[in-house]
Ligand binder design. Sequence first.
Ligand code: FAD
Length: 456
Amino acid sequence: MNMQSHEGHLPADHRLSPHWQFSNLPLVGRMLTDYPINDLWETDFARLPRALAKQRRRARTFAEQHIMPAADELDLCAHLPAGQCHPTAHRIPCEAGKQGWLSYFMPAPLGSLPWSTVPHAPIWQCSLIVEQFSRACGGLMLLLSAHHLGGMPLLLSGSVNAMLRYLAPAYRSCERGEPHLIAFAITEPGAGSDVEEGHGAEVYRPGVVATPTDGGYLLNGRKCYISGGDLSKTATVFAALQGEGMESWTCFYVDCSDPGYKVARTELKMGMRASGAAEIELTNVFVPTDRIIGGLRKGWVLNRAALNASRIPVASTGVGFARAATETAVEFARHYKVGGRALIHYQDVQLHLATMVAETRAIRSLVWQEAKAAWRPRQLNASLCKFHATDRAQRVCEMAMDLLADHGGKHENRIEKIFRDVRLTRIFEGTNQINRLSMTKDWQAQLLDFNHSVGV
Ligand SMILES: Cc1cc2nc3c(=O)[nH]c(=O)nc-3n(C[C@H](O)[C@H](O)[C@H](O)COP(=O)(O)OP(=O)(O)OC[C@H]3O[C@@H](n4cnc5c(N)ncnc54)[C@H](O)[C@@H]3O)c2cc1C
């Protein structure tokens, strides 16, 4: 067997190989046809604007040095009762905070966003970072990223007061290595889709209610599945005003150490275990009026805007998982032998891997296309990007499982964890079914306008 080529392929230096031929063309011909054979994944990054490429490299280094080595420990450790935290789940946010990964939605000196990246949509930078983090560990990615979702209403309210008074101090604390995580709390025991997308919001009886009192409001009710809710110092909690429906939803910036705020439990979930999914019990939690974000009855719109902003980075986590699955499958195929030959020499295995690579790069292209333009992310684009990228990412992970066969079921081979993690991306931030409906909802004005044809 020729060691320079896979079975069924010619080596790069064979006279019939295009590469050999390109390199023997005259100078202009070479300039028009020849290309360096770089790392498959890095080729994409070479096309990024310089400032974003630098951030992406930093994120990869952080992910490989800090996130990857902690992934197994946090995935396999015993589920701790509410109030207890694994030391590593505490250590990683400290380190991440010091390196600026918890404060990059505002530029220095308020946050850690490098001024060189300011000309680019922040969602694009965020998408590049979460791809690197999810490639290393889905749970730790969620632990670090849910904090940005929690801070999103403070930013999107457009209130300078909210940014300077609440977000900037939280960021500074993170940068000192004392993580001030912010949770985002919309889901209620009786409602995920109804509060997230409003499919049943008109008839839904709100589960968290704010009652006016002297100088503020008292919050009562329950929120569930709140990522990082067990470790967060503050939370953006969405509640309806007493006696009113979902249209009165208001965003309250709640201090988690206030009396009446209790983490009732955390879920033992199938994947992303490094991030706690907390059920929060609110019993007469007093929130002063100046901690209302964006004004009374502005919660619904802040919720929508926050989800439009975050669904593109969620799509990018799919890219990270698909890439991790593909890398795992490629390594397996290079080393595992069947019938005396490494799997990679079988052409049906090559076809399988080629599809995985193509799917992964296709969803990355989709994410970058949307993220690049996401200064004011549109619901249609964000939802489409989220459901398609995460659906395809799971398909890629399944293909890796197919290839690894019984070896895929063993934890040590990594894909089993990726498989459990990627599945959750199709549930949170709206199930993928709901995201399809949400896309259509944003499209309906055009769909219902029979005077014009609908271009896609
Ligand atoms: C890992 C993880 C992290 C999360 N983190 C957070 C967080 O930080 N903060 C937070 O607030 N929430 C969080 N969530 C909650 C998440 O956003 C919800 O689980 C999600 O929105 C789905 O809601 P649900 O589970 O209540 O499903 P439901 O809304 O109860 O839906 C149940 C089923 O009904 C379908 N359905 C609902 N309405 C319709 C309709 N009108 N037409 C057709 N089908 C419909 C849904 O697609 C689904 O299949 C998290 C969830 C997970 C899994």
